[in-house]
Ligand binder design. Structure first.
Ligand SMILES: C[S@@+](CC[C@H](N)C(=O)[O-])C[C@H]1O[C@@H](n2cnc3c(N)ncnc32)[C@H](O)[C@@H]1O
Ligand code: SF4
Length: 479
């Protein structure tokens, strides 16, 4: 990793561009609803799951899908937890090491897990493959090939399959990119977070804009036409001026997709975050301004708002899907591949098959022990009840389409919407008064502000939400 000093990074700072004028947002309303809430990559959220789903229940779900829905397409996820250094802000499930040989041992266990699953897997084509982490680009090119070849022994990839991977620009070499292109990966997602040197020192992640721009160019030279950049607002030492420079630098790199996550500060869950001086964290007002600035810059640069914290160029398939109502949401975030089962491998990985969520062991050694003893490493999960299915469908509509047509849900599930959701409709009244949504006899529709706070609307329909406020402390802030 190249050494960065404040001085070097100051040299590459860009002047702040004039801003596009966004219509006024009702700041008081946004702030009032900016509490904590689930991200609804699943319904019910993982916090509600239990040990009622274990290896046997997961296998039964796989075999039911294999036998009764043999044509339902699949998605495959592999969790690669390794990173060579620890970014203090990081809330992902990571293992910090600079020994790439440990990844060989890890891949041995992923292979064992896949062999345990193999007899129960569906033969349906794979529409979407995603490697997440950690930093999957921590694998050597040879290890990447080994993993990809292994997956091909168990799954058939559709010719137009989306293959995406999270890469850390600081450790992803020319050889990695050549290998990823050879393996057919067509989407790369890279971490940036923030380019300001003071912020980077405060989060223990040094990565200059010059280095990142050069990486983007290398990706383009290898033929990658879909790049995503992750940013985070609410980080220590961020202010509107330095964040504006980050936003402008990233826009100049012109990625097809952008994610701007609100920093989730949960030091009681992620001890590395204790190294962050809380006095340097932006307060709620500044945090909100940073989000608003990102929104304004991305919209003015021509990006479309996909939902929650995601933006895409208008001709990107994610933006198109958001526009024509075919967007979907799962553990990998927003996606255009709807209605697939998800088979996930590796420690902490979460599968969703035939209405059953199944999560693998969180820690490396228990994960290794289980697969060595010939057991699927599933530790908890959830089998959807009929009520969960109804609410899950509604929450998908809200998160992906910004609204719900009551008649659609009534037809799909044979319910009377207003009776079934009588309580939720009452709790939406104040939100409608604050113009987060409009409520008509036919439809619930989020306004632009409501789409920013879409989790707040979804929470009105969440039957598993902890009733007490301290139960919500486990979730991230909605803005
Ligand atoms: C698993 S990381 C993959 C990226 C890759 N490891 C890298 O850092 O370049 C996915 C993204 O999660 C986001 N993230 C991690 N910790 C977060 C936190 N505490 N709050 C909000 N977003 C976070 C970051 O934007 C990060 O890029
Ligand atoms: S942000 Fe990325 S590189 Fe940093 S610790 Fe998290 S997963 Fe690893």
């Amino acid at each position: 990793m190249s050494k960065v000093t404040d001085k070097d990074a100051t040299l590459e700072m860009d002047p702040v561009k004039p801003r596009f004028e966004m219509p006024d947002l009702p700041v008081d309303v946004l702030k009032r609803y900016a509490g904590r809430g689930p991200r609804y990559t699943s319904y019910p959220p993982a916090t509600a799951w239990s040990t009622a789903v274990g290896p046997d229940e997961y296998r039964a779900a796989l075999e039911h899908a294999r036998d009764f829905a043999p044509n339902r397409p699949q998605s495959v996820y592999v969790h690669i937890p390794f990173c060579p250094s620890h970014c203090w802000f990081c809330a992902c499930n990571v293992l910090i090491t600079d020994r790439t040989d440990l990844a060989d041992v890890y891949l041995d266990h992923v292979e064992m897990e896949l062999n345990l699953l193999r007899p129960s897997l569906s033969k349906a084509p794979v529409a979407q493959l995603h490697w997440g982490g950690g930093s999957p680009s921590y694998l050597t090119p040879a290890q990447m090939k080994r993993l990809h070849d292994l997956l091909k022994t168990a799954f058939t990839f559709a010719p137009d399959a989306e293959q995406s991977i999270e890469v850390d620009p600081r450790i992803t070499t020319e050889d990695h990119l050549a290998m990823l292109a050879e393996l057919g990966f067509n989407r790369l997602s890279m971490g940036v977070q923030d380019f300001d040197p003071h912020v980077q020192l405060a989060i223990h992640r040094l990565q200059t804009a010059t280095q990142t721009a050069a990486f983007v160019k290398r990706c383009r030279a290898h033929g990658f036409q879909s790049l995503n950049v992750d940013l985070v607002y609410g980080l220590p030492k961020q202010d509107r001026e330095n964040f504006a420079r980050t936003l402008n630098s990233v826009c100049e790199m012109s990625p097809e997709r952008l994610a701007v996550y609100g920093y989730a500060h949960v030091p009681w869950v992620k001890p590395s975050q204790k190294k962050i001086d809380e006095a340097t964290l932006p307060g709620p007002d500044l945090r909100f301004d940073l989000f608003r600035d990102a929104l304004e810059v991305f919209l003015s640069e021509g990006y479309s708002y996909v939902g929650m914290d995601h933006f895409a160029k208008p001709d990107d398939e994610l933006a198109i899907a958001a526009g024509n109502g075919t967007l979907h949401r799962n553990f990998m975030g927003y996606t255009t591949r709807a209605g697939t089962d998800l088979v996930a491998l590796g420690m902490t990985a979460i599968s969703y098959v035939d209405g059953t969520f199944a999560q693998n062991q969180h820690k490396l050694n228990p994960y290794y022990r289980e697969v060595q003893s010939g057991k699927l490493p599933v530790t908890r999960g959830w089998r959807l009840t009929r009520d969960d299915e109804i609410r899950s469908s509604l929450i998908q509509d809200l998160m992906c389409r910004g609204g719900v047509t009551k008649r659609d849900l009534e037809k799909k599930f044979g319910i009377d919407f207003d009776t079934y959701f009588a309580d939720a409709l009452v709790s939406l009244q104040p939100l409608a008064k604050d113009e987060l949504c409009t409520l008509t006899a036919e439809r619930i529709e989020a306004t632009f502000v409501g789409r920013i706070l879409i989790r707040t609307l979804a929470m009105a329909f969440d039957a598993h939400l902890p009733k007490a406020n301290d139960g919500l402390a486990r979730f991230s802030a909605t803005v």
